[in-house]
Design a protein around this ligand. Structure first.
Ligand code: F58
Length: 843
């Protein structure tokens, strides 16, 4: 049987100068030798890039020239390993993981590449030897923001882990020309600026226009008789585009493995052009070209509520069609029998965005590779597994039948047939239960006929998983209960994880050094080893160093925010951080109510100044451009921040900072500095969260609800090292059933009333009450996510936080234990779980 782990696990041997590649393929005879791993070797390679590739003299070069040459130099060191990894996988074909994701929120590439190759010191010395400022060059990189938030970042962590574990795998996605928008604030309001991340050049990518793939759209289908006299159907598409693959290196952590991320970019096909050129309309032809290229132009910046836009469906089909064709062609190169395709691939569907891959696989096998329906279904239903990332019903994608028929008529036919056969199965299992049949159908009838992508994924997938224990339970029992009744064993959990390489080693170098000095090297790829830190929670020397690291990270953050945003933060204060997409269910408003309440307590003299624990509150959050309430909340946070900064009664005790454009780069600077991690979603709404894990691993304590992966964090770090508050999910459900009236909480809770009244009064909005009204009125009269119901419990928990923080030793001990007990949250562990439970189960 096909093994998962490769035949050999090459180790990068840094004592060897240059890494040679001796190919085993009879056709390939070249030896790829990387540049010398010395300061001189690096400097020479850099100058070669600058002089001979870019055609620029060092003396005349700009910072951008230098950054690009540096990036190209570093990637040169990865090249031999990349080619060798690819060759090794071709020579020894095994089952692979195809990660299908519309988003990869990669973060900057340079630091990670230096870490993977262990070239940081050499590169820095080489730049210094040339009189260049290494850190200035590193700061030039614009991160590829090809994702919205947690889901996209998760994909990036997963491919990092797969490479670090040498799992044969490939990531497929879209090379958006514009990633997630850059956020700016104008008078406290979010203004979106296009993210021209490619404008300086793209040194980390390898375009392969010669390997373009054609993707069809539109048209009709017809029946015909094939050469063997069989009646068959085929697609007569109306138009097409081509997908150009762009390859990205995905280096493993110092293990000589470099996997590939293949992102597709849309171009007009010649055929497409010619048709219109021949009609003599030049302007129309150019317009058509633009039309084709629009498909990969921009990432949709929606979070949690997808917009059912036609272009979005085009994007989804585009990248999935390219990816499946790419993989099948690769498989056919080894003269492989496609009826056994599941021995070569398992495609993991990252949410419903790539689910159109299921009918596409059926179409390819039947229409292009001559298989009968039954045989095609037999293999297709073994090749996909589906990960759900939400609990909000409105976030489940549905595509109108009208649109699907117009854009992908053959796929619509296939979906109907899949559904027909599926509903037969349901009727057989539950005779006479037509209500159930309607609930489970892949086609919804109301409010319009539409394809339910989650249902399709569940019907065809080998497994369906949620992303944290609680989420997987609620997914099974509340979101898809009918499917669980039919196929209880299809449902499983894989709790999310994060890569310790980027989120500890790169983000928190000082903590990393302290850890290595204490427990030795190797924890970066075996994160449970952090447990060995536990005894040091009571070691005076260790805890003192630990505190110093935290303080150094806070100092560094203060200087970054001062330079980056002109924000001046107090030197000594608890750093209380809430960073994540802006969404009502995540409840940034609850955090705001706490801040306003603290402000009110101080200014009204209700608390003695000497009893106040000084705090700096930091927010980071982008709002979907069309999400009105989210944008109002941003405005209100900025208004409160400004008022507080200008009120001398409180400036020594509290500060609110909201640096614009929270992204992976900023996360790496913020998280290591945090004392307190805010994870305060309404229980039952946050599927998992991954920021929560990053904070715990960097020694922040969590104040959080019993939601998502918070549940598991608390179990692991221990109740006494976690500030739990708020209703539990069943209590939320019960309150919703009874009927929730937020105003009754407002009326009966004086602290809450004071906070809301102060917000509503216009105190923070220059006296203009109307500016606070959208948020305040929503809280008072709707409050869909029950912030008011959890307010008192939250305040009480914050009081416990204050008390705990005053006890410096106790706090440090808890922080150390958070680090020591969070090794479970490595994305390496997540990958092992996917392997064991989904990709290669033992049974
Ligand atoms: C997030 N989903 C979950 N969706 O909200 C979070 O709890 C979880 O930790 C994370 O996935 C990883 O599993 C999320 O980020 C999106 O960004 C979608 C983008 C496309 C439109 C719909 C939302």
């Amino acid at each position: 049987s096909a093994g998962w782990l490769a035949d050999e696990t090459p180790r990068l041997d840094s004592s060897v100068k240059g890494s040679a590649f001796e190919p085993t393929s009879p056709r390939a005879t070249e030896t790829v030798v990387g540049p010398e791993r010395t300061v001189d070797g690096f400097a020479k390679a850099f100058l070669d890039e600058l002089n001979f590739e870019a055609g620029v003299a060092l003396k005349r070069s700009t910072t951008t020239d230098q950054y690009l040459a540096l990036a190209r130099t570093i990637r040169g060191y990865l090249m031999a390993d990349w080619l060798r990894t690819a060759e090794r996988r071709r020579q020894n074909p095994t089952k692979m993981v195809g990660y299908l994701s519309a988003e990869y929120l990669l973060g900057r590439q340079m630091g990670n590449s230096l870490l993977a190759t262990d070239l940081g010191d050499i590169a820095e010395q080489a730049m210094t030897s040339l009189g260049l400022d290494f850190n200035l060059l590193r700061a030039q990189e614009i991160e590829p923001g090809l994702g919205n938030g947690g889901l996209g970042r998760l994909a990036a962590c997963f491919i990092d882990s797969l490479a670090s574990m040498d799992v044969p795998s490939i990531g497929y996605g879209i090379r958006y020309e514009y990633g997630i928008f850059r956020q700016t604030f104008e008078e406290g309001r979010q203004v979106e600026v296009p993210d021209a991340w490619l404008s300086l050049g793209a040194p980390w990518e390898f375009p392969h226009p010669d390997r373009a793939v054609q993707v069809n759209f539109g048209g009709t289908t017809e029946q015909y008789i094939d050469g063997d006299g069989r009646t068959r159907r085929r697609w007569l598409p109306a138009w097409n585009v081509q997908g150009i693959p762009y390859h990205y290196m995905v280096p493993g952590y110092q293990n000589g493995v470099v996997n590939t991320l293949r992102l597709w970019s849309a171009r007009a096909t010649q055929e497409f052009d010619l048709k219109i050129f021949n009609s003599g309309d030049y302007a129309e032809a150019v317009r058509a070209q633009t039309f084709a290229e629009n498909i990969s132009k921009v990432l949709y910046p929606e979070d949690s509520t997808p917009q059912g836009r036609e272009l979005r469906l085009q994007q989804q089909y585009f990248f999935v069609a390219c990816s499946l064709k790419d993989f099948i062609d690769r498989t056919l190169e080894e003269d492989f029998d496609l009826t056994r395709l599941d021995e070569r691939i398992i495609f993991q569907l990252n949410d419903t965005h790539p689910v159109i891959a299921i009918p596409e696989m059926m179409r390819l096998l039947m229409d292009e590779h001559d298989m009968e329906w039954a045989a095609a279904w037999e293999v297709t239903s073994k090749c996909f597994a589906y990960t759900c990332h939400t609990l909000l019903p409105e976030a489940l994608e549905v595509w109108p039948v009208e649109l699907m028929t117009r854009l992908l008529p053959r796929h619509m036919e296939i979906i109907y047939r899949i559904n027909e056969e599926f509903l037969d199965t349901v009727r057989e299992a539950f005779p006479g239960d037509e209500l159930r049949v309607r609930r489970m159908s892949v086609i919804q009838e109301h409010p319009e006929r539409a394809v339910r992508m989650a249902n399709l994924a569940t019907v065809a997938g080998v497994k369906v998983n949620g992303v944290a224990a609680l989420h997987s339970e609620l997914l099974r029992d509340k979101l898809l209960p009918d499917f669980a009744a039919l196929w209880p064993n299809k449902f499983t959990n894989v709790t999310n994880g994060v890569t310790p390489r980027r989120f500890i080693r790169l983000a928190n170098q000082q903590l990393s050094t302290l850890i290595t000095d204490t427990i030795g090297p190797g924890w970066e790829t075996d994160l449970e080893r952090l447990r060995e830190l536990e005894p040091y929670a009571d070691d005076a020397a260790f805890t003192e160093s630990f505190r110093q690291v935290k303080q150094a990270n806070k100092d560094r953050l203060r200087s970054i925010l001062s330079q980056r945003d002109g924000i001046e933060l107090p030197e000594h204060a608890m750093l209380d951080v809430m960073v994540k997409r802006l969404h009502e269910y995540k409840r940034q408003t609850l955090k705001l109510l706490h801040i306003v309440s603290m402000y009110d307590d101080i200014t009204s003299g209700r608390v003695r100044r000497e009893d106040v624990v000084p705090r700096t509150f930091v927010f980071g959050a982008k709002a979907a451009p069309g999400y009105f309430m989210a944008k109002e909340i941003i405005f209100l946070i900025n208004s409160v921040a400004k008022t507080i900064a200008q009120d001398p009664r409180v400036t020594d005790l509290m500060a609110v900072a909201f640096p614009a454009n929270y992204n992976v780069t900023l996360a790496n600077k913020l998280i290591p500095a945090a004392d307190l991690s805010e994870q305060i979603s309404l229980a039952g709404k946050e599927a998992s969260g991954t920021g929560n894990m990053k904070f715990a691993l960097n020694g922040a304590l969590t104040i959080g609800t019993d939601d998502g992966a918070n549940v598991e964090i608390r179990e692991l770090v221990g109740d006494e090292n976690f500030f739990l508050f708020g209703m539990l999910e069943p209590e939320v459900a019960a309150l919703a059933d009874r009927g929730y009236t937020p105003s009754s909480f407002y009326e009966s809770n004086p602290a809450l009333k004071r906070a809301i009244d102060l917000l509503a009064s216009g105190h923070f909005t220059g006296g203009d009450r109307s500016l606070a009204a959208p948020v305040v009125d929503d809280l008072l009269y709707k409050d869909r996510f029950m912030a008011l119901a959890d307010f008192q419990s939250y305040l009480d928990a914050q009081a416990r936080v204050d008390a705990a923080y005053r006890d410096v030793d106790g706090w440090t001990r808890s922080a150390v234990l958070n680090v020591a007990r969070s090794g479970f949250f490595s994305s390496d562990r997540s990958m092992r779980d996917y392997l064991d439970r989904i990709w290669m189960p033992k049974s």
